[in-house]
Design a protein around this ligand. Structure first.
Ligand SMILES: *Cc1c(COP(=O)(O)O)cnc(C)c1O
Length: 379
């Protein structure tokens, strides 16, 4: 995709060198005892699952993880040969395929594992599993010792299954209050200690916990949002133990520029009316690209300055108020740095009353991803 020609100047530029730097810096911070599981679900948080997985492995990540079986299959088929963990639930019929492709599954109940064995032919190779413990997230996972014991008796009843890991997920690690996270960690470790044999990888931390609770790093951390240089929350942003390198920018160009007299309406609904003679620029990006309608008023960067989006954002285009005449073809940065100014996903998220995660995954497929910093370039 990155090598094809695009005639629309709107594009997302993904810096793979930044992703590699984030993996390396995390590894330096946590030390060699802790493996990095790079989370590349949801198409690598919108950055491109295959390219990000590749970059993460190049930088020393030991495993990648995704949310769904289809995501794991796509990575394998694209030639990603390293360990892939599916963190979400899988249907029973996927167990056989997972074993065949060497995809590691998350298991949250004895019944699921027994049924998967019952409905499957003999696995081509051992099915690797990570057991999920629900220590307080309330999503999926075993909640007590009895449930874990039942699952272990299924695991121990067959040579077809290999228990490779056990993990939990924190619900509040990005907040200032540490109580919930401490409670979850204690509950998790108490259950882990009931196992007669510790599996290879015991893991708990997401990005926020990886950064703020290095003492909980255990055998591995699951690093998602931080991999992309985005801060999990404003609180974590103020406490970073090392700099996160941003890996995505969104750029376009001025496609049309005009001078309007006072009293002219702009865009659907005519809700913006020029209050004097105004220079108006049109940018070929709209809500079908992920520039949500609620981003009206958000500033973009042109010629190193902030300029506001005015009027209703259309599906494919939007308008900006220019301080002076600017040329068609002038670069527009919607997310990223230009000279001294920077617009971040966090800024969009705040305007939309959401979290930067949601911004990252809502940059539409229509926006081509252009990769820089490949294969060790730029670093
Ligand atoms: C998405 C996800 C992560 C990654 O979370 P970040 O906050 O992006 O680091 C880790 N573990 C599980 C189970 C997840 O679903």
């Amino acid at each position: 995709m990155e090598d094809s020609i695009h005639y629309r100047p709107t594009q997302a530029i993904v810096d793979l060198a930044a992703i590699r730097a984030n993996v390396r810096n995390l590894k330096d911070y946590l030390g060699s005892e802790t493996a990095v599981i790079a989370v590349v679900k949801a198409d690598g948080y919108g950055h491109g699952e295959v390219e990000v997985a590749q970059a993460a492995f190049e930088a020393g990540a030991e495993m990648v993880s995704v949310a769904t079986p289809d995501e794991a299959i796509r990575l394998r088929m694209a030639g990603i040969s390293g360990d892939i963990l599916v963190m979400g639930p899988s249907p029973l019929v996927f167990a056989e395929k997972a074993a065949e492709l060497g995809i590691i599954l998350t298991v949250s109940s004895a019944e699921w594992l027994q049924s998967a064995l019952d409905v499957s032919e003999k696995f081509m190779q051992q099915l690797k599993i990570h057991v999920k413990i629900d220590s307080g997230m309330g999503r999926i996972g075993l909640r007590d010792e009895g449930a874990l014991r039942s699952l272990m008796s299924v695991v121990n009843s067959t040579k077809q299954v290999l228990l490779d890991g056990i993990f939990t997920h924190f619900a509040c690690a990005d907040e200032e209050n540490t109580e919930n996270t401490e409670e979850q960690f204690i509950k998790f470790m108490r259950l882990v200690q009931t196992l007669s044999e510790k599996p290879r990888l015991v893991h708990a931390s997401n990005s926020a916990a990886s950064l703020l609770y290095p003492e909980y790093a255990l055998d591995a951390v699951r690093f998602g949002i931080g991999l992309y240089g985005i801060t999990p929350s404003e609180y974590v942003g103020g406490k970073l133990p090392f700099r996160l390198e941003r890996s995505l920018r969104i750029e376009s160009e001025l496609a049309y520029v005009k001078l309007l007299e006072v009293g002219n309406r702009i865009s659907y609904g005519g809700t913006y009316v020029t209050s004097s003679a105004e220079w108006i620029g049109t940018i070929p990006i709209g809500y079908a690209d992920g520039l949500r309608r609620g981003l009206r008023g958000q500033e973009v960067l042109i010629d190193g300055e902030r300029m506001p989006i005015i009027g209703t954002i259309c599906m494919d285009q939007c308008m900006v108020k220019l301080p002076r005449e600017l040329a068609v073809g002038e670069k527009v940065v919607l997310i990223g740095r230009q000279d001294k100014e920077e617009v971040t996903m966090e800024e969009w998220a705040e305007r939309l009353g959401t979290i930067p995660y949601e911004i990252a995954v809502s940059i539409a497929k229509r926006v081509p991803r252009i990769y820089t910093g490949k294969d060790g370039q730029n670093i």
